[in-house]
Design a protein around this ligand. Structure first.
Ligand code: ADP
Ligand code: MG
Length: 324
C-alpha cells in the first residue's frame, strides 16, 4: 500500500475521535469552535512527549497514544476540571500506517472513556514527537491550585506510588516475566487520570497537583507555590502489592518518592474535610495521608520522625543529568 499523505492520515485516523454537541466546528476547518457553558471556565493544558525522552522507542503505538492523552487529562484532574476537548500535534518520521492505527486506537480508547473529542491538530514530518493539548471545564471559582496549602493541613496522595517508574525499569530491562511486573509496566503504559477524584476535591482540598516528576519534586513545587513546607512519613507511602513483591524496601521507597510518571494526585486538605471526604460514598480511588504541611520551606522525608536524605531528586529537563 502506498503510504498515505497528510490529509489522508488526518481523514483516516483522526477525524472521528469523540463527538460532542459543544463542538460547533471540529477537524477540517482552519480552527475549531467550541462552546463553553455559562458559569464555567475553560481549563487548558499542553504536554509534549518525545521519543526516547518521555517514552522509550519501541513502546507499543497504542500505549504512546493512550499515554500522550493521559498525561494531559491528569493535569485537568489536578485542576478539578472535567475534560472536554483535545488537539493533537504529531511529528512523524514516516507515515507508518500500522503505527498510526495503533496510536489512534490507544488515543481514542482513553478519549472515549472520558467523552473527550479530538477537535484539531497538526501533522508534520520530523522526529517522533507527540504534543497534546487538553481542554476542560470547571465551575467558575472552583478550580484547584497549587497555592492554597496551609500549615496543619494533611498531605494526601491517591492510589499507589512508584509503580510506573518500576514498570519502566522492568520494561527497559526486558525482564517482564511475572504478573507483578506486568502490572507495574501497565502503570507506566496506561496511566489512569484521576478525573473523578479531582472533581470531588474541588470543593474540599486546599491545593492539588498531579505527580509526574516524582512525589518529592512535585510536592516541593506545591509547597513553594503555597509558601510553606511539608513533612512526609516514608512509612506511610501507599505502595502496591506488585511493587512490594518485586522490590526490596529501600528500592520501592525510592521509586515512590522520586520515580515519577505516577499520575496520581497529591493534595492538601484540612483534617476535618478529609474525614468528610472519606465518609462519602464510593471514593473513586484510595487516598492515603502521608504527611503534613507546616511553616517553612521545602519537603522533608522522615522515617520514624527522623529526617532522611534522598540520593536523587525528581526529573528536570534542564537540570544536571537530563537528556535535554
Ligand atoms: P492548517 O494548514 O489550516 O493548519 P492543516 O492542513 O494543518 O490546517 O489541518 C487540516 C485540518 O485537520 C485542521 O482542522 C486541523 O486542525 C486538522 N488536523 C491536522 N492534523 C491533525 C491531527 N493529527 N489530529 C487531529 N486533527 C488534525
Ligand atoms: Mg496546520
Amino acid at each position: 500500500m502506498q503510504s498515505p499523505g497528510e490529509f489522508e492520515i488526518i481523514d483516516r485516523y483522526f477525524r472521528d475521535i469523540g463527538r460532542r454537541a459543544d463542538v460547533l466546528l471540529g477537524v477540517g476547518d482552519d480552527a475549531a469552535v467550541l462552546e463553553v457553558p455559562p458559569g464555567e471556565c475553560l481549563v487548558a493544558t499542553v504536554d509534549t512527549l518525545i521519543e526516547d525522552v518521555h517514552f522509550p522507542s519501541g513502546l507499543d503505538a497504542a500505549d504512546v497514544g493512550w499515554r500522550s492523552l493521559a498525561v494531559n487529562l491528569s493535569d485537568l484532574a489536578a485542576m478539578g476540571a472535567r475534560p472536554a476537548w483535545t488537539t493533537l500535534s504529531l511529528s512523524l518520521p514516516r507515515a507508518d500506517t500500522g503505527w498510526l492505527a495503533g496510536f489512534a486506537a490507544g488515543f481514542a480508547q482513553l478519549a472515549e472513556t472520558w467523552g473527550v473529542a479530538l477537535v484539531g491538530g497538526d501533522t508534520v514530518r520530523g522526529p517522533l514527537v507527540v504534543t497534546v493539548q487538553a481542554m476542560g471545564l470547571v465551575e467558575r471559582g472552583q478550580w484547584l491550585t497549587r497555592s492554597g496549602a496551609r500549615p496543619g493541613h494533611l498531605v494526601v496522595v491517591s492510589g499507589t506510588l512508584g509503580d510506573s517508574a518500576a514498570g519502566l525499569a522492568a520494561w527497559r530491562g526486558g525482564a517482564v516475566a511475572s504478573q507483578c511486573e506486568r502490572t507495574l509496566v501497565q502503570r507506566f503504559t496506561r496511566p489512569a487520570p484521576r478525573i473523578e477524584l479531582g472533581r470531588r476535591l474541588r470543593t474540599c482540598a486546599s491545593a492539588a497537583m498531579d505527580v509526574s516528576d516524582g512525589l518529592v519534586a512535585d510536592l516541593e513545587k506545591l509547597c513553594a507555590a503555597s509558601a510553606c513546607a511539608a513533612d512526609i512519613d516514608v512509612g506511610s507511602l501507599p505502595l502496591s502489592e506488585a511493587l512490594r513483591t518485586v522490590h526490596p524496601v529501600d528500592r520501592r521507597e525510592l521509586y515512590a518518592l522520586t520515580g515519577g510518571d505516577d499520575y496520581e494526585l497529591v493534595f492538601t486538605i484540612a483534617e476535618e474535610s478529609f474525614a468528610a471526604l472519606c465518609a462519602q460514598q464510593g471514593l473513586p480511588v484510595a487516598c492515603t495521608p502521608i504527611g503534613r504541611v507546616r511553616r517553612g520551606r521545602g519537603v522533608v522525608c522522615r522515617r520514624d520522625g527522623e529526617a532522611i536524605s534522598l540520593p536523587v531528586a525528581g526529573y528536570d529537563h534542564f537540570g544536571a543529568g537530563a537528556a535535554g
